[in-house]
Design a protein around this ligand. Structure first.
Ligand SMILES: Cc1cc2nc3c(=O)[nH]c(=O)nc-3n(C[C@H](O)[C@H](O)[C@H](O)COP(=O)(O)OP(=O)(O)OC[C@H]3O[C@@H](n4cnc5c(N)ncnc54)[C@H](O)[C@@H]3O)c2cc1C
Length: 404
């Protein structure tokens, strides 16, 4: 038995960010991570945006800027380049361990190879977790606040009845390759039935001749296994002027990301969910690291206020949920809607989609990839492109139609 102010299940970017904020505000915090290592095994490509990396304090040696992006459908392609660069690929293990070090510096305790198996409940309020440690020993951690940062599984949210978990997932299969001839200045995306039905294939360089090459498919919309397409993509990469000559995998990754959109609820008495466990990644590209860090910071701040006020009720914690939805809700809802639409596209529709994307300036293209839709660039782009406007009106109608 152990008693703390806050227990955080999950040592991913979300949980570690919340831990740092809470510990810095003087709370006693313990992070539980079921894996033996933070950031390993890697389950993510690590593509993100330089502005976010800077704002979130990620040191430049832990990310690799990319100057160009290309997207190919069966018969069309679009490419854009950026000077200065706009996107980057993270050294994932390096960044996650850096976030852990920052949390430890602030005073957080870490428990590795330790799994939160259930929540502890008292009169409808969550008061901690049941844990299985590395030796298989079960014990309880009593906490004034419990965080579900367990990622796509949302284990504690489901156990507590906070929300029901997710039904639609991006499922990814990826090689981390040593690729001595790959052009490290660019990242490439491939859409269409040949390489990624209901998803996309990608290459993402992160420096020193290392490139993540993967395929992601939305399960819920398709039953195809991305693993079945990965080797074919590697073999045929040359068709897209992707140079994998002499390249071989050094690691194989497999992972899931929730793609339903945001969970219905993020908080209840004594408990908060954040990051993937709250459905907070952008479903557009299946991109959630910066979102998880931001939600960890926001949830951590509100939780620290709740501890100081001695009020861990749902009503108090709802400040986190309100603020999140107000700041990011519209963009994330649009990202999820677009993803649901495009996941059903056939090759001809993708060709048309790529043609539309080719109408956008480099800046507009970048803003769209970053899921930044509620912004003045959108109006300019729509005003200049009647076809894009027609497509967007269809999307807006879908958004305004209440779900059954
Ligand atoms: C194939 C693939 C590619 C991706 N590519 C990108 C990308 O390019 N860019 C991007 O931004 N995002 C990407 N993502 C998504 C991104 O990885 C997640 O959105 C992000 O990691 C979410 O952070 P998190 O802290 O919420 O959860 P996670 O990173 O999933 O961390 C959850 C942690 O909790 C641990 N855990 C789980 N259950 C328990 C338990 N019961 N007790 C204790 N510990 C537990 C897990 O081991 C894990 O370490 C990708 C995802 C996949 C699957």
């Amino acid at each position: 038995m152990m008693t703390v102010d806050a227990v955080i299940a999950g040592g991913g970017p979300g949980g570690l960010s919340a831990a740092r904020v809470l510990a810095a505000r003087g709370a006693s915090v313990v992070v539980l991570e079921s894996n033996a290592e933070i950031g390993s095994p890697t389950r993510t490509t690590g593509g993100t945006f330089i502005q976010d990396a800077v704002e979130l304090g990620i040191p430049p040696h832990l990310y690799h800027p990319v100057r160009g992006g290309r997207m190919h459908s069966a018969n069309r392609s679009v490419s854009r380049s950026y000077d200065p660069p706009f996107a980057c690929i993270l050294n994932v293990r390096g960044v996650f361990q850096f976030l852990a070090e920052r949390a430890i510096d602030a005073g957080a305790q870490m428990r590795m190879s330790t799994t939160a198996t259930d929540v502890l409940e008292e009169n409808g309020k969550i008061v901690g977790v049941r844990v299985k440690d590395v030796r298989g020993v079960d014990y309880d951690i009593l906490a004034r606040l419990t965080f579900d940062a367990t990622g796509y599984r949302a284990t504690l949210s489901k156990r507590a009845g906070l929300h029901d978990g997710f039904e639609r997932f991006g499922v990814g299969a990826e090689y981390d390759m040593y690729a001595p001839h790959y052009d490290e200045s660019e990242t490439v995306g491939i859409v269409g039935s040949a390489f990624a039905p209901a998803g996309y294939a990608w290459t993402a360089p992160y420096g020193n001749h290392r490139v993540r090459v993967g395929v992601g498919i939305i399960h819920g919309d398709s039953k195809e296994n991305p693993r079945d397409y990965l080797d074919k993509f590697v073999e045929r990469a040359g068709d897209f002027k992707i140079n994998l000559r002499g390249a071989q995998p050094v690691e194989y990754h497999h992972g899931l990301i929730p793609s339903d959109g945001m969970a219905k609820k993020f908080v209840m008495d004594g408990m908060l969910a954040l990051g993937d466990a709250a459905g907070q990644p952008s479903a557009l590209l299946g991109e959630g690291i910066r979102w998880a860090i931001r939600s960890g910071i926001l949830a951590g701040e509100v939780a620290a206020d709740a501890l100081a006020a001695n009020d861990v009720s749902e009503a108090f914690l709802a400040r986190y949920e309100r603020q999140w939805r107000k700041t990011y809700g519209k963009n994330l809802r649009i990202a999820a809607l677009i993803n649901k639409r495009i996941a059903a596209w056939d090759d001809a529709q993708w060709d048309e989609g790529i043609e539309l994307l080719d109408q956008l300036s480099a800046r507009q293209f970048g803003q769209a990839l970053a899921s930044n839709f509620v912004s003045s660039w959108t109006l300019w782009a729509l005003a200049a492109n009647p076809k894009l406007l027609r497509k967007s009106l269809g999307l807006a109608r879908a958004m305004l139609t209440p779900s059954p």
